[in-house]
Design a protein around this ligand. Structure first.
Ligand code: FE2
Ligand code: FE2
Length: 321
């Protein structure tokens, strides 16, 4: 594939405070309409199904150095839907096995532990990420594709930045879940636009986060943080969800993980994965690369290398779905 020169802007991203995403961090929106929205968000978050058990267990496996193939097999086998999806994939043209793969054990031998674990995690997120989220212009599968691409790129950037396997795995999870706020906020935005006054209709010349704050008083990152806490996700994942657009950071706040997910999120958009528009804040790439010690050409190489595989992600979604 021909090398592409990817545009990288100069400058640094302005970082807002922790509460810049909107009212959940404050819990006291002053505007009456925003108070109603806050109550509705609480209700919808309460109604969310529990975080899939298989996903909790798979994430736990990524956090342990001593986990083995048997544990992975028994974890996947506990969820027949995920197990069936994995076998379908292992037997697909993606992997073209010489003979048919009939057990999870065989799929682990053939694909390797990391691949099976990642695919199982990606398959498990279909439950809540695969729908259409119209407020964001994403049809069925759009958010899943974007999340999957972000996770895959986050792992690659972690490797490029010299991160060990635990960092690679932790940002994979962060990438997969970084936009979970959209699963609740999309419906809130659609309703607010449909039932609110005409000033709420249509995006002005503003980025998605400014639009979210104007219409709902809150961003998907802040709503995502609330969901991540309800689902009792690890603090590092909560932080990646909350801060993937901006936050004041520092080492004590999982700065490296946050910047890896941020860079991967921006990269997935550049590859056209799931979202129909360019990154609204390209400066965040520059900041992330600075924190991570990744050069513009390193960033471009990872994207170019992943680009061909990203084209297969749609087929992967069809196979898993
Ligand atoms: Fe986002
Ligand atoms: Fe994103």
């Amino acid at each position: 594939m021909a090398q592409k020169v990817l545009w990288v802007r100069k400058g640094t991203e302005g970082t807002g405070g922790f509460g810049e995403g909107g009212f959940p961090a404050v819990h006291q929106p002053s505007d009456v309409r925003f108070r109603r929205v806050a109550a509705e968000i609480d209700t919808r978050i309460d109604r969310l199904p529990p975080f899939p058990t298989v996903l909790t267990e798979l994430i736990a496996l990524t956090q342990r150095d001593d986990s083995d193939a048997d544990e992975l097999r028994s974890c996947v086998e506990k969820d027949p839907v995920i197990a069936a999806r994995l076998l379908k994939l292992a037997n697909s043209a993606f992997y073209s096995p010489r003979s048919s793969v009939t057990s999870i054990q065989q799929s682990v031998v053939m694909l390797g532990r990391q691949t099976v674990r990642s695919l199982a995690m990606a398959a498990a997120t279909l439950k809540f990420l695969s729908g259409g989220f119209e407020a964001y212009g994403m049809g069925g599968g759009g958010l899943w594709l974007h999340s999957y691409g972000t996770a895959e790129l986050a792992r690659r950037f972690a490797r490029l930045a010299g991160g060990e396997e635990d960092l690679q795995e932790s940002v994979y999870v962060g990438g997969l879940l970084h936009d979970i706020g959209k699963i609740v906020l999309s419906g809130i935005l659609t309703d607010a636009v449909a039932h609110g006054d005409s000033s709420l209709r249509g995006r002005r010349d503003e980025n998605v986060r400014d639009w979210e704050k104007r219409v709902a008083g809150v961003t998907h990152a802040a709503v995502g943080e609330m969901i991540a806490e309800k689902w009792k996700l690890a603090p590092v994942t909560v932080r990646c969800v909350r801060c993937h657009h901006s936050c004041d950071g520092g080492e004590e706040h999982y700065e490296k993980e946050v910047q890896l997910v941020t860079l991967a999120d921006a990269g997935a958009r550049r590859l056209g994965m799931g979202l129909g528009e360019a990154d609204e804040n390209p400066d965040r790439e520059e900041r992330a690369m600075g924190v991570l010690g990744i050069s513009g050409s390193g960033f471009a190489e990872v994207l170019n290398e992943y680009e061909e595989r990203s084209a297969d992600a749609g087929d992967l979604f069809s196979l898993l779905g």
